[in-house]
Design a protein around this ligand. Structure first.
Ligand code: DHB
Length: 394
């Protein structure tokens, strides 16, 4: 098969790139080794920046985010056993949207199907080849067992942090920037009504906890844990005891409990590959970078990459000049490093750092107090979280 853009990975980055390219008349083929049900059934992120929600609605993917997503005008920071609200709407005039990645995926997959997009799920043995030539290719075996070859002008590597695309770049042609953390998140999906109106990011002597939700009857909760914690060692009552202990305080706040539907340990790292490009291959989403989940940036970065990438490819194809691909890396990296800093900062602000002294914990509480007392400091958080930057006054 010949196509203009070959895309490896049918997650949000790959499907959004395919969708945006189709809008400007550029054809693409997307392949993924997972089935559609596997991708759609994996619990992932939950928060969209306002610009991400706008991109979904305005580019014609779906307006379901507007109808079924929930605007959140702020978050709660909980520390010292008390709640402190950070009002994004008042600080920067912007909301975020609670709209799970599983729904973003469904909307994108439905839109590609509706628009006649070529998306092949459940393929095996995917390899990318001839990346430094003007005819790169994707080799794979399709779901029916037939060997296939897609030749394209531009290849997009959107196959996640452990995919084949980044790994195919010669080591001398990429630099990795990595920060590991000595902790992880234990994530649970529970059948119980919401415990709070908005997200609650909790700092406690026992470590971080986060209260989020999926629907009116399903909550999404996380708590900091050891990276090699085994979910099998955590029966429901142990999970609830730990979560309640982390959020407990003089105000009597407690979580609504219910049966645990899903439990898993989430990897936690900060990573960037530079440049996010090799020859005719552009890397997008987790293939290019990973952020720790604390700032809810991963999905938003993937959608931004897709937008910037589609713009660069459109210019290159329209002008028949592939030097326009050069604009992608610098633009994507500027956004990536700002989100890296934000995610790193939120993470270090709220987690119990192994080896931390009593001084370190008090210093964190001092920083949290400054954050909620100072309009300048809470505006910084609101800008990072919503992605909205209020231009400085002169
Ligand atoms: C969710 C996940 C996050 O990492 C976060 O920062 C906020 C919410 C969620 O899954 O709902």
């Amino acid at each position: 098969t010949r196509t203009t853009v070959g895309i490896v990975g049918a997650g949000p980055a790959g499907l959004m790139a395919s969708h945006l390219l189709a809008r400007v008349g550029i054809d693409s083929v997307v392949v993924d080794h997972r089935t559609r049900a596997e991708i759609g059934g994996t619990q992932r992120a939950g928060i969209l920046e306002a610009d991400s929600a706008r991109l979904l609605a305005d580019s014609g993917v779906s307006d379901r985010v507007r109808r079924e997503g929930r605007p959140h005008a702020g978050i709660t920071l909980r520390f010292g056993g008390e709640n402190h609200r950070v009002d994004f709407q008042a600080l920067v005039g912007e909301n975020v949207w609670l709209y799970p990645q599983t729904d973003v995926f469904t909307d994108l997959a439905d839109a590609r199907e509706r628009d006649g997009g070529d998306v092949r799920y459940g393929v095996t043995g995917t390899r990318v080849t001839d990346l430094a030539t003007d005819r790169p290719g994707i080799l794979f075996t399709d779901a029916e067992g037939v060997a296939r070859e897609v030749r394209c002008a531009v290849l997009v590597g959107a196959d996640g942090s452990r995919g084949v695309c980044r790994a195919a770049v010669p080591e001398a042609a990429r630099t990795h920037f990595l920060r590991a953390y000595p902790f992880a998140w234990f994530g649970v999906l529970v059948h119980a009504p919401p415990s709070a109106g908005e997200l609650v990011y909790t700092h406690s002597p026992r470590g971080f906890a986060l209260v989020s939700r999926r629907t009116e009857s399903v909550q999404r909760l996380y708590f900091q844990c050891d990276p090699d914690e085994d979910p099998a060692d955590w029966p429901d009552d142990r999970i609830w005891a730990e979560l309640q202990a982390r959020v407990r305080g003089a105000d009597g706040f407690a979580l609504a409990e219910g049966p645990v539907l899903d439990r898993s340990v989430l990897r936690f790292r900060s990573f960037v590959c530079e440049p996010p490009r090799y020859g005719r291959m552009l890397l997008a989403g987790d293939a290019a970078h990973t952020v720790p989940p604390t700032g809810a940036k991963g999905l938003n970065l993937a959608l931004t990459d897709a937008r910037l990438l589609a713009e660069a490819v459109e210019r290159a194809v329209t002008a028949r000049d592939f030097r326009h691909l050069d604009t992608y890396g610098p633009r994507a990296l500027r956004r990536t490093w700002r989100a890296q800093h934000f995610s790193y900062w939120m993470t270090n602000l709220l987690h119990r750092l192994p080896g931390a002294t009593a001084f370190d914990e008090r210093r964190q509480l001092g920083e949290l107090a400054s954050l909620v007392c100072s309009t300048a400091a809470s505006t910084h958080l609101a800008e990072g979280y919503t992605g909205r930057v209020v231009p400085a006054r002169r």
